[in-house]
Write a protein that binds this ligand. Structure first.
Ligand code: AQP
Length: 330
C-alpha cells in the first residue's frame, strides 16, 4: 500500500474549516487505501512562542479532533511529533543539505516573519520547511495530503530528497503533494481574497466554536453587490467561497447548488449554509469532548502511535546516518 504522511500544528484551540476541507478530510479518506502516518506537529508549533501548559492542552485537543473527524488509530498511525526524536535528528542532516538562499525563498517564512518584529523571528521559523521535509522523508511517504499553501514546501522536500539520493545513493522516496481539487484553498469570510488562517481570526470558522457563532460568521460573510448566486472566483470571490464550502460539506455539486438557489437571495444561502455547519459541528464537538474526557486513554493511543512511527523512522535514520558517514552507534 502506498504510504502517506501529513501533520497539523497544535497552535489553536480549534482546527478551522480551511484545515478540514483543504487537508484533514483527505487524511480521513486516504486511510483505506494507504498506509497512513498522521502527526500533531508540536516541534513546528514552537517556531513561534507558545505557553507550555496551553501547548500541552492543545496537543491533546488536536489529537481528539483528529479522532473525532474519523482518523482511526487502528488503521492509521496517529502520533505526536516530539515523541519521535528522529524528526529533529533527520532535520539536522537535511539542514546541512539546504542552501541558505533556498530556504530564504520560502514565501510562508517571508509572510510570517514580516508579521513579527525582526528580533522575535526565530531561526526555527526559518528552518521550519526543512523539519517538514524530515517529517515526510523519514516515513518514505509517497503522497502528502496538504492544502495549496504547502505546495512550495513540498517542492523543497522533493528537491532535498533528490539531492540526497543523488549525492549519497537512493535513500528517500520522492513524495508527491496530494492537493485536493476545489477545496485546496478556503478563503477568509471577511476577506475572500485571503486564505482562511488562524493568524487572522475574524473570518475563520472554527470547528470547536459554538455552532451558533459559526452560523453568525457565515451570515455576515463579505459578498458583493449583485444578487445572483453563481460561482465566479474573479468577480464573486465571497459567494464562490461559500458555494465551495457548502458543496464540500454536503456533497452537492456547485452547479446543483446554483440551480437550487436560482432566484433566491444571499441571505437564504448564508442561512442554509449556517445550518449545514451547525449539523456538521454539533456531533463533531460531542465526539471531541468524549475523547477529552479520558486523557489517559488519549495518551495511550498517541503512545502506541509513536511506537509504531519510531519503527519506521529509526530505520530510515539509521540508513541516513550511515550514508553520510557517521560511525555506527553502540
Ligand atoms: N485556508 C486553507 N485552505 C485549505 N487548506 C488549508 N490549510 C490551512 N489553511 C487552509 C491546510 O491545513 C493543514 C494544516 O495546516 P497547519 O498545521 O500548517 O496550520 P496552518 O497552516 O498553521 O493553519 P493556518 O490557519 O493557515 O495558520 P497560519 O496562519 O499560522 O498559517 C495544512 O495542510 C494546510 O495546507
Amino acid at each position: 500500500r502506498p504510504r502517506v504522511l501529513s501533520g497539523i500544528q497544535p497552535t489553536a484551540d480549534s482546527f478551522h474549516l480551511g484545515n478540514y476541507l483543504g487537508a484533514l478530510r483527505e487524511w480521513v479518506a486516504m486511510q483505506d487505501e494507504h498506509d497512513a502516518f498522521y502527526c500533531v506537529v508540536d516541534l513546528h508549533a514552537i517556531t513561534v512562542e507558545q505557553d507550555p501548559a496551553q501547548l500541552r492542552q492543545r496537543t491533546r485537543l488536536s489529537a481528539a479532533q483528529l479522532l473525532a473527524l474519523g482518523i482511526d488509530p487502528d488503521r492509521s498511525t496517529l502520533f505526536v511529533q516530539s515523541h519521535v526524536p528522529e524528526h529533529a535528528q533527520l532535520s539536522w542532516v537535511l539542514e546541512c543539505q539546504t542552501g541558505f538562499g533556498e530556504a530564504g525563498r520560502m514565501t510562508q517564512f517571508k509572510d510570517k516573519s514580516a508579521r513579527q518584529e525582526a528580533e522575535h523571528v526565530s531561526v526555527g521559523l526559518f528552518t521550519y520547511p526543512v523539519l517538514q521535509a524530515a517529517d515526510i522523508l523519514l516515513y518514505q511517504a509517497d503522497a502528502v495530503p496538504v492544502g495549496e499553501d504547502q505546495r512550495q514546501h513540498l517542492e523543497l522536500t522533493r528537491n532535498l530528497a533528490q539531492r540526497f539520493n543523488s549525492r549519497y545513493g537512493a535513500t528517500f522516496t520522492v513524495p508527491a503533494a496530494h492537493i485536493p481539487k476545489g477545496t485546496a484553498k478556503i478563503y477568509d469570510l471577511q476577506d475572500p481574497t485571503a486564505k482562511m488562517s488562524k493568524s487572522v481570526p475574524a473570518g475563520v470558522v472554527e470547528l470547536m466554536e459554538t455552532p451558533k457563532r459559526s452560523a453568525k460568521k457565515i451570515r455576515s460573510a463579505v459578498t458583493d453587490l449583485e444578487r445572483e448566486i453563481r460561482y465566479d472566483v474573479d468577480n464573486k470571490p465571497g459567494i464562490s467561497n461559500l458555494l465551495v464550502i457548502y458543496s464540500a460539506l454536503t456533497d452537492r455539486s456547485i452547479p446543483e447548488l446554483e440551480a437550487a438557489y436560482e432566484g433566491k437571495g444571499y441571505g437564504d444561502l448564508k442561512k442554509d449554509l449556517g445550518e449545514v455547519v451547525v449539523e456538521f459541528a454539533t456531533p463533531f464537538q460531542e465526539k471531541v469532548h468524549g475523547y477529552l474526557d479520558d486523557p489517559a486513554e488519549l495518551d495511550k493511543v498517541l503512545h502506541r502511535g509513536a511506537e509504531r512511527a519510531r519503527e519506521v523512522a529509526s530505520e530510515t535514520l539509521r540508513t541516513v546516518f550511515d550514508r553520510v558517514g557517521f560511525l555506527p552507534p553502540m
